[in-house]
Design a protein around this ligand. Structure first.
Ligand code: ATP
Length: 335
């Protein structure tokens, strides 16, 4: 049966790379029933629409959303991010942000730091609905010399527990190791809740070994020794920063895929990169990140075999050179 998918190509290179992703999914033999949504900076410039509650309600009935990139240089910064991407995360409660980082001869990436022969394979699970991004805080005496701005970090027991639980479940399918990354020595309230919750969940998974890293130490290990990691779990802000670092050490922006997941419910899959207006329309965009995000979507849909075949088809990136469409065609042809 065809999967019901919402497509948001978006702006700039977004529609270009999503077209390649859809072509590759089709070549892998997976049938999608796709509904296209015209959203993003261009749509906002045309009639002011960013994202309505009615569209979000429609999405609740879908299996997944496949998104290219949204944002144009002429739209005020933050408007599309908050009004579309964050609204989507919060309204659909996409509490897991999953970003895989793998490098080596059999993957799509070769490490920018360790060279083509280095092999590592880890996944960052970032809490996606709470922390410093929950919007808690405000101004006092704004625009005066005595202005105060506060930005709280919201950490609920349920929110942390469900995220940590997901990380342990994932580790059970992998090499059975989970690292908690936080800053417990300084963030003594939020860090304490994360650490206690992590330790309690760990008791349910006696086969899984665990480690704790302070976030500053994790930054060093990402560049120095990423081989040590299997699954990393961390909060929203640390995860945002660490995953960009992960992308930088493992092949660059053209290869970084991501998933925004609510297990068992409609979830959203997108490349990490933005709309790249500087190269839009030039055929220079690498579609691999979007194609690998499509593979994550197939995992979510239970199409694991097709997802694995797509990942394998993206390997040996040095043999995948050309325009956006040519790279998409080569990957599709390998299937
Ligand atoms: P956002 O804030 O939406 O993430 P950004 O402006 O920070 O956007 P990108 O749009 O990702 O970042 O672009 C950053 C740089 O990376 C640009 O020079 C862009 O051309 C390049 N880039 C982004 N995606 C790709 C891609 N798929 N292939 C090749 N180059 C890319």
């Amino acid at each position: 049966m065809a999967h019901q998918i919402g497509i948001v190509g978006g702006d700039g290179i977004g529609p270009e790379v999503i077209a390649q992703g859809l072509k590759v999914i089709d070549a892998a033999g997976v049938e999608l029933n796709a509904v296209h949504y015209d959203l993003g900076g261009n749509r906002y410039a045309r009639d002011g629409l960013v994202l309505t509650d009615e569209i979000v309600d429609e999405w609740r009935g879908l299996d997944a959303i496949y998104l290219g990139a949204v944002g144009t240089p002429d739209v005020p910064p933050g408007l599309i991010e908050r009004g579309l991407l964050l609204k989507m995360r919060f309204d659909l409660d996409l509490y897991i942000n999953l970003r895989p980082f793998s490098c080596g001869p059999d993957t799509a990436n070769s490490s920018t730091v360790f060279g083509p022969d280095a092999e590592f394979d880890f996944v960052v699970i970032r809490e996606n609905t709470e922390g410093a991004y929950a919007g808690e805080g405000g101004f006092l005496r704004k625009h005066t010399a005595h202005e105060i701005a506060t930005q709280g970090s919201v950490n609920t027991h349920i929110g942390v527990q469900r995220c940590v639980h997901f990380a342990f479940e994932l580790a059970m399918e992998r090499r059975k190791h989970v690292t908690l990354v936080h800053k417990t020595n300084v963030l003594n309230f939020a860090g304490d809740l994360w650490e206690r919750t992590f330790n309690t969940v760990a008791e349910e998974f006696p086969q899984v070994t665990t480690t704790y890293n302070h976030v500053d130490a994790a930054c060093i290990y990402f560049v120095d020794d990423p081989f040590r990691y299997d699954v990393i779990v961390t909060d929203n802000l640390f995860g945002d920063i660490l995953t960009d670092l992960g992308g930088a050490v493992s092949g660059g922006i053209g290869f970084a895929a991501s998933a925004n997941i609510h297990p068992g419910m409609v979830s959203m899959f997108e490349p990490v990169h933005g709309s790249a207006p500087d190269i839009a329309g030039s055929g220079k965009a690498n579609p691999t990140a979007a194609i690998l995000s499509g593979a994550l979507m197939l995992d979510h849909l239970g199409e694991h075999q097709a997802a694995e075949r797509i990942r394998a088809a993206c390997s040996n990136p040095e043999t995948l050179k050309g325009s956006t469409k040519e790279i998409g065609d080569m990957i599709a042809a390998r299937l």
